[in-house]
Design a protein around this ligand. Structure first.
Ligand code: NAD
Length: 482
């Protein structure tokens, strides 16, 4: 990754274009993109210039003039057509996603991600934006309308790149906005291809895509032609975006990092919950915002839960995404692989017990084994930092108040979970946890009808459901004297 190629060295068949105003736009510099599982060159990702960004914003602004005035039915139909295209092209997109991102096709991976894209798009199509009558009496009639904001700049991460792009595109377009999207430099190709397919279902300029080598995101945040930023990524970048958005006072939705805690109560059944704990932590190799990233287990059943997790981990095949049978792939990129390696090494030095994994994978390259870290404690870096990879610290506790205190001690509270056979006890603990979502006996599920956002530093605003759609609107009041 990251080696730049100039136009002379490129065959047109090797590259995907930007899409601006529904036209393919070529550039003069590309980055080589390698399959993280095999290190095979899979394509070239265009590096946009500021001029490309200005063109994309101008195209979206021009399209906004008409798209914002279309009927609700037209926008709904457009979202339905996009859902259809996502369904019809799921196999092709899933394969490209797998090769670029690393996740296998099967399991809760690339095929599942494409299913989610179509589901979210279809669900958002059917949402309503009714006019609310706030007052209607002898004095006045007051109506509250939801109107589009303008041009939305969408900035996405590399972990669930197509699903998260859909989480931005669907509500933005359904509400009457136009969009310029910029994918992560790690997962450019799959987003370019998806946008190419989606934009063809929309009037010219409603959906545009630019891609970059890390400088276009900041330029979007500062751009005077962009009215709102929808960002999903790390808390650190979210803070930088918030600061940079101040001069143009952009509206922001920021979906940020999570360091989710799970608390296993002493009455839980280790065998019954092991599978749920495992996939709560290791879906997409742990590279998931709302994955379980710190597990607090009561002393009474600590060893039994550790043993059960080790057993599950031994039966989960890891390997190249396109090889049938694999359920986990490599870590997506070198920087993330370095984070995971560093945290595992530090835990070993700090006296934690590695139950499984914790050293280079036999497959080499960007593969890293599932790593379960027992006897972790609250000050270890693998507990305090979001590891975002195949590593889970398991912390022993004997007093549930102390487990709740530790779970609430960090600022990145996207979600949390409580595991117990006693629903009332679990609910009591859930009520004391600071998090956007608290799951009971599961972890990490998201759905288009359930609003999703975090507490404290995990988000600003909310996604999904009616509330998620409203994030992409302004309120306009008509206050009519009688
Ligand atoms: P990241 O913050 O490094 O990058 C995300 C995107 O922001 C990329 O497209 C990047 O090019 C762009 N970017 C980087 N610096 C920027 C700047 N200064 N201004 C504008 N754009 C900039 O995140 P990542 O490594 O791609 O993703 C992993 C993080 O995302 C994790 O922390 C994870 O928890 C979080 N995440 C959150 C959610 C959620 O819904 N809350 C979902 C997925 C991922």
């Amino acid at each position: 990754m990251n080696s730049v190629v100039n136009s002379g060295a490129v065959q047109s068949s090797e590259v995907l274009p930007l899409v601006i105003g529904n036209q393919p736009v070529t550039v003069s510099e590309w980055r080589k993109v390698y399959d993280p599982a095999t290190a095979e060159l899979i394509g070239l990702a265009p590096i946009s210039t500021r001029v490309n960004l200005d063109d994309a914003v101008a195209s979206a602004r021009a399209a906004f003039q008409t798209w914002s005035k279309t009927s609700d039915e037209e926008r709904r139909d457009a979202c339905r057509r996009m859902a259809g295209v996502l369904n019809d092209n799921a196999a092709e997109l899933a394969e490209l996603l797998s090769r670029e991102q690393g996740k296998p096709i099967a399991g809760m991976n690339a095929g599942f991600e494409l299913g989610g894209c179509a589901a979210w798009m279809g669900f958002t199509a059917d949402l309503e934006m009714p006019v609310k009558v706030l007052q209607d009496d002898d004095a006045a009639r007051v109506e509250q309308h939801r109107i589009p904001i303008g041009v939305v700049g969408s900035i996405t991460p590399w972990n669930w790149p197509l699903l998260i792009a859909t989480w931005h595109i669907a509500p933005a377009i359904r509400a009457g906005n136009t969009v310029v999207i910029k994918p992560s430099p790690h997962t450019t190709l799959s987003t370019l291809r998806m946008v190419e397919l989606l934009a063809a279902q929309l009037p010219e300029g409603v959906l545009n895509v630019v891609s970059d080598g890390e400088d276009i995101g900041p330029a979007m945040v500062e751009h005077e032609g962009i009215d709102k930023i929808a960002f999903t990524g790390s808390t650190q970048t979210g803070k930088a975006i918030m600061a940079a958005a101040a001069p143009t006072l952009k509206k922001l939705t920021l979906e940020l990092g999570g360091n989710d805690a799970g608390i296993v109560l002493p009455d839980a059944d280790p065998q019954a919950i092991a599978e749920g704990l495992f996939w709560g932590a290791f879906i997409n190799n742990g590279q998931t915002c709302a994955a379980l990233k710190r597990l607090y287990v009561h002393d009474d059943i600590y060893d039994a839960v550790c043993d059960a997790l080790v057993t599950v981990s031994q039966n989960v095949p890891m390997g190249p995404g396109l090889e049938e049978g694999n359920l986990l792939g490599p870590v997506q990129n070198q920087a993330q692989h370095d984070v995971v390696t560093r945290l595992a090494d530090a835990a070993k030095q700090e006296g934690a017990r590695i139950l499984t994994g914790g050293q280079a994978h036999d497959l080499g390259g960007l593969f890293y084994p599932i790593t379960l870290i027992a006897d972790a404690h609250e000050n270890m870096a693998c507990v305090t930092q979001e590891q975002f990879g195949p590593l889970l610290p398991i912390i022993r506790y004997s007093d549930v108040d102390d487990a709740v205190r530790q779970a609430n001690a960090l600022d990145t509270d996207l979600a949390a979970s409580v595991w117990s056979t006693d629903p009332a006890k679990a609910r009591g603990v859930a009520e004391r946890l600071v998090a956007g979502t608290v799951y009971i006996n599961k972890h990490g599920e998201v759905a288009p009808h359930i609003p999703f956002g975090g507490a404290r530093w995990s988000s600003l605003g909310v996604g999904f459901g009616q509330e998620g759609l409203e994030e992409f609107t302004n309120i306009k009041i008509y206050n009519i004297a009688k």
